[in-house]
Design a binder for this molecule. Structure first.
Ligand SMILES: NC(=O)c1ccc[n+]([C@@H]2O[C@H](COP(=O)([O-])OP(=O)(O)OC[C@H]3O[C@@H](n4cnc5c(N)ncnc54)[C@H](OP(=O)(O)O)[C@@H]3O)[C@@H](O)[C@H]2O)c1
Length: 278
């Protein structure tokens, strides 16, 4: 339990949708003893995943979404964005003004959520896939500027890695690109490393391992140091050496420009998709 947040152990959290992300969150909360299983509830459209979640973690399986809403102080909307409206519209009037509703649905804005649940305290959260191994990044935006509410959401998502509150939904969109789509971009780079190693004599298994360990090692080195990334880069770059030659080429070909364009295109697509849920 977190002594600095006495509210957390007493709140009841319900997952409306018992899929991948809900399961990762339940696992984090239960295994890190942030909340006892007796305070966790779930409902799901079909029964298989719900039965598994209840069996594996001891959460209460609700027979329908109404029951889940009635039992929870915090309702986490953990269904796909395209299923959100169909899930909440028929039961919108059951939610009360004390309830906090945290939507994980990518691209669904607070304005859209407000249309269906104007009475609730609304939060948007955007986790990324490393969340599944407890090394995720979650950006969240709370509608109300209440420190207690922010702390509560931060404590919930800290069980899955690093959680950061943003003060503007546009910042959440930027995190969606850099942090949620980001692992996909990093894997694209990793595939270049891996292919190059195979072309230079390593087998697939060795090339994968060498690539993964190089990326993980660089990231952990940066995580363990307060130094700027540029300083860390300078440390592996001796004048006229191997790294310097490679970096010079990366800069001549303007790799940063290529990546920035990719980020902007992803941001544009994210905005287009958000319009589908208005
Ligand atoms: N996975 C990620 O990496 C990731 C990252 C960031 C954000 N997100 C967001 O997190 C949300 C969940 O993603 P996910 O990967 O966990 O999806 P998922 O595994 O497909 O889980 C969604 C669950 O919602 C259930 N559901 C759909 N409609 C429902 C309804 N009316 N009532 C009750 N349950 C309902 C589905 O039930 P069925 O079993 O019947 O289909 C399914 O089990 C999405 O909005 C996504 O945008 C995911």
């Amino acid at each position: 339990m977190d002594p600095a947040n006495p509210l957390l152990p007493i709140v009841k959290v319900g997952f409306l949708g018992a899929g991948n992300l809900a399961t990762a969150l339940v696992r984090g909360l239960v295994e890190k003893k942030v909340l006892p299983p007796t305070h966790l509830f779930a409902s799901n459209r079909s029964s298989g995943k719900l039965i598994r979640l209840a069996h594996d973690f001891g959460v209460t399986a609700c027979s329908n979404n109404e029951e889940l809403v009635e039992k929870s102080d915090i309702v986490i909307l953990s269904m796909k964005p395209q299923d959100l409206v169909a899930a909440i519209e028929p039961i919108a009037q059951i939610f009360n003004e004390k309830q906090m509703v945290i939507s994980l649905a990518a691209g669904v804005t607070i304005k859209t959520l407000k249309k269906y649940l104007p009475q609730c305290r609304l939060v948007r959260a955007m986790p990324n896939t490393p969340t599944f191994i407890g090394r995720g990044v979650t950006g969240f935006y709370t509608q109300e500027k209440d420190k207690g509410a922010s702390r509560l959401v931060e404590d919930l998502f800290s069980t899955l890695g690093y959680a950061l509150e943003v003060t503007d939904e546009d910042l959440l969109d930027s995190m969606t690109v850099a942090c949620a789509a980001g692992p996909g971009f990093v894997f694209e780079l990793m595939m270049v490393w891996q292919d190059w190693l195979v072309e230079h004599g390593f087998d697939d298994v060795q090339a994968r391992k060498l690539t993964v360990e190089t990326f993980a090692g660089a990231a952990l080195l940066a995580a363990s140091s307060a130094a700027q990334l540029e300083e860390l880069q300078n440390k592996v770059t001796s004048k006229r050496g191997t790294t310097a030659a490679g970096l010079q080429s990366l800069r001549e070909y303007e790799v940063d420009r290529i990546l920035r364009i990719a980020f902007e295109k992803a941001a544009l697509r994210s905005k287009e998709m958000a319009k589908e849920f208005v």
